[in-house]
Write a protein that binds this ligand. Structure first.
Ligand code: NDP
Length: 334
């Protein structure tokens, strides 16, 4: 049996990764910050035996040696998927709340695997388009070749802290492999805004994951008067992101590669239009149908060909993704 350690098992993307790992027969161990969260994951999979799905508690990913015990297992792990990283916009202390858990969390996993899990062949790190984008000077076409030029000083500006945390964490991962030359290789998955159904056992109305908050806002009538700004005009469905993580361990050629994962361009007007058309009962909570899109005519392009060619991703459409997201949010009471 092939055994996988998935960090941040209580996250939005991780929940979808768990479903794919189990469906494809992987033995799956997740890390969570508390027994309560671990138990909720097990309770949501009542028919899955404990050798197929279990959890270990890693309270603070930034602590020295945080993953040293988690990576030791019998039978031992074959692969690690590292998704745990703070993703919200409530930045109090940029270093303690974001940069440390993102960077030390990533290097901590890699160090622990090198020291204590010699059977691991690959570590897949969830990075982000945040590590690719250059908001001050967009290239004509974004691809894996681009890097966010953000500096440590920029990271202290709270509007840039999250993006910086993802950039520095991914750089630290590639640096680790180059300097330490471990027995395993790495791959990174770099998605922009991830949309898709929230997982009912993890979410309540007060804890909608960050990337679905805008759709939740539409449903609650928060943008009734005006479309919210789109900010980044790229998106991807959570099923495709989750599958990319699993394909990144299944496909040999994925080793040593960075994967920019996007279904394409969108603007908040597209989301409002899909909700209006597919959920007519919500129409009076949405901005007027003639609200103009904020997407500039000369918006950047994207090259997602590597994710299609190497990982075999067939991207969901925005309509499919928004409809599923809205249904899931209505089910948790949005
Ligand atoms: P969630 O907030 O749902 O998941 C984040 C996960 O990381 C949770 O399991 C959370 O644990 C864990 N985590 C956060 N901070 C810490 C910490 N300090 N110590 C230990 N664990 C921590 O977000 P997503 O599922 O969306 O994000 C998963 C990954 O995907 C992240 O690396 C994020 O940067 C990346 N990503 C997400 C995008 C998106 O649009 N959703 C886009 C691009 C990248 P807990 O439940 O206990 O809080």
């Amino acid at each position: 049996m092939v055994k996988v350690l998935l960090t941040g098992g209580s996250g939005f993307i991780a929940a979808h990764i768990i479903d794919i790992l189990l469906a494809r027969g992987f033995d799956t161990v997740v890390t969570v910050r508390s027994d309560e969260k671990g138990q909720r994951i097990l309770d949501a999979h009542p028919n899955t035996p404990k050798e197929k799905l279990s959890y270990v508690v890693v309270k603070d990913v930034a602590a020295d040696g945080a993953f040293d015990d988690a990576v030791k297992s019998n039978p031992p792990f074959d692969y690690v998927l590292h998704t745990a990283s703070p993703f919200h916009y409530n930045v109090q202390d940029p270093v303690k709340d974001f940069l440390d858990p993102a960077i030390k969390g990533t290097t901590g996993v890699l160090k622990a695997v090198k020291a204590y899990a010699p059977t691991v062949k690959r570590v897949v790190v969830t990075s982000s388009f945040a590590a690719i984008t250059n908001p001050k000077e967009h290239p004509k076409v974004y691809s894996e070749k681009n890097w966010n030029p953000v500096t440590w000083e920029d990271a202290m500006d709270r509007s840039q802290t999250y993006r910086a945390s993802k950039t520095f964490a991914e750089k630290a991962a590639w640096d680790f492999v180059e300097k330490e030359k471990p027995n395993f290789d790495i791959a990174t998955i770099n998605p922009p805004l991830v949309l898709g159904p929230v997982v009912h056992y993890l979410n309540s109305l007060d804890s909608i994951n960050t990337s679905n908050m805008r759709i939740a806002g539409f449903i609650r009538g928060e943008y009734k008067d005006k479309l919210p700004p789109t900010a980044t005009y790229l998106w991807v469905d959570v099923h495709d992101v989750a599958l990319a993580h699993v394909r990144a361990i299944e496909v040999d050629a994925a080793g040593g590669q960075r994967f920019f994962l996007t279904a394409g361009l969108y603007s908040t007007k597209d989301i409002a239009d899909i909700i209006r058309e597919s959920f007519p009962a919500l129409a009076d909570r949405l901005p007027p149908p003639d609200s103009p899109s904020d997407m500039p005519a000369d918006v950047y392009g994207y090259d997602n060909s590597k994710s299609i060619e190497v990982l075999g991703i067939k991207y969901h459409t925005l309509k499919e993704s928004v409809e599923e997201t809205v249904k899931s949010l209505l089910a948790v009471g949005a």
